[in-house]
Design a protein around this ligand. Structure first.
Ligand code: PBG
Length: 323
């Protein structure tokens, strides 16, 4: 036998020298759920690694995360029903607790990178990402609402705007509005290929944001489609996105790979709530070993081509990495 691939696996010293893919806390983003008020932190039953918390707890969470190298956060608001209406006006209201929290976070911990969520669903009585008129999710009338939301978020200090709504033309519309308001340096991380997935369940539990009627299939992508992701990625690139995101992540490794091959922009992968929940549940039962499968899972996303990974396991990986 002239070729023996096992020679290159014979010690950790050699294995570590030829490792093709790296994963460090710098690649990770930690999604956090914000509650209004203070001194509240509630565990999410279907996603035991995450909590909904008020700003005081969130600041502490960010500080402890930064100690293990996690400095990028995505914030999602749990909006009380009384603030919800048809047109999501609270999303850009002056006294919006989500916007004011971002302002305080950037003042207290200027080194964090804050990523927002742009979509109507947390603020809408209909629970849809776009405006609902006569039972339809209308595209073009949604755009000005998203624009106002994005500009308000940029003004509050968010470093990166994250449109997760899947309306057509929203990246161009948001980019133009941000520029007109003078926010040239505010980035856009577009949810480019966001699929109509069953894996968002625990997230919707956390925010009580499930659609009140129907489903999201007229705007989120069909899980059967891959070429369509190329169309979305091309549009987002032309429209001025800075990052292209694939979501969910694990069942869509082929899509991550494809976009990374075909496009120059950095690729983000969202390891979503349901994907995390599956792993946690199996580990809790003792069926899988968390310290092995957690880094293996995140590494697989890097190997597929993701530069940035949003995962509820970010802090846990940081702790593991520095152990
Ligand atoms: C809403 C939004 C969703 C997620 C991020 N932003 C849910 C949805 O589209 O219904 C899901 C994230 C997760 O499951 O972790 N615009």
């Amino acid at each position: 036998m002239l070729r023996r691939p096992r020679r290159n696996r014979k010690s950790e010293s050699i294995r570590s020298a030829i490792r093709e893919t790296t994963l460090t806390p710098a690649n990770l983003v930690s999604p956090l759920f914000l509650l209004e008020g203070e001194n509240k932190s509630e565990i999410i039953t279907s996603l035991p690694v995450a909590s909904r918390m008020t700003l005081d707890f969130m600041l502490k969470e960010m500080e402890s995360s930064m100690e293990v190298g996690i400095d990028k956060f995505m914030i999602f608001p749990a909006v009380p029903d009384v603030y919800k209406d048809k047109t999501a006006t609270y999303s850009f209201a002056d006294d919006n607790f989500y916007l004011r929290a971002a302002e305080i976070i950037k003042k207290e911990i200027p080194d964090v990178t804050l990523i927002s969520d742009v979509a109507m669903d947390p603020y809408s009585v209909d629970g849809h990402d776009g405006l609902v008129l006569d039972g339809k999710i209308v595209n073009d009338q949604t755009l000005p609402i998203l624009d106002k939301m994005a500009v308000a978020q940029a003004q509050a200090g968010f470093d990166v705007i994250g449109p997760s709504d899947m309306m057509d033309g929203r990246v161009e519309s948001i980019r133009t509005s941000l520029d007109q308001a003078g926010y040239y340096d505010t980035s856009i991380m577009s949810y480019t290929a966001k699929y109509a997935s069953g894996f968002y369940g625990p997230f919707r539990d956390a925010l009580d944001s499930a659609p009140k009627g129907g489903d999201k299939k007229t705007y989120q992508m069909d899980p059967a489609n891959k070429k369509e992701a190329l169309i979305e990625a091309e549009l987002d690139t032309i429209e001025g996105a800075d990052f292209l995101m694939v979501k969910p992540a694990l069942n869509y490794l082929d899509v991550i790979h494809l976009l990374n091959e075909e496009f120059e922009l950095p690729i983000a992968a969202y390891h979503v709530s349901g994907e995390c929940a599956m792993l946690l549940a199996a580990c809790e039962k003792g069926w899988l070993d968390y310290d092995v499968v957690m880094p293996e899972t995140l590494m697989s996303l890097r190997r597929a081509g993701a530069d940035v990974i949003m995962t509820y396991l970010a802090k846990s990986f940081g702790e593991f990495y520095y152990k």
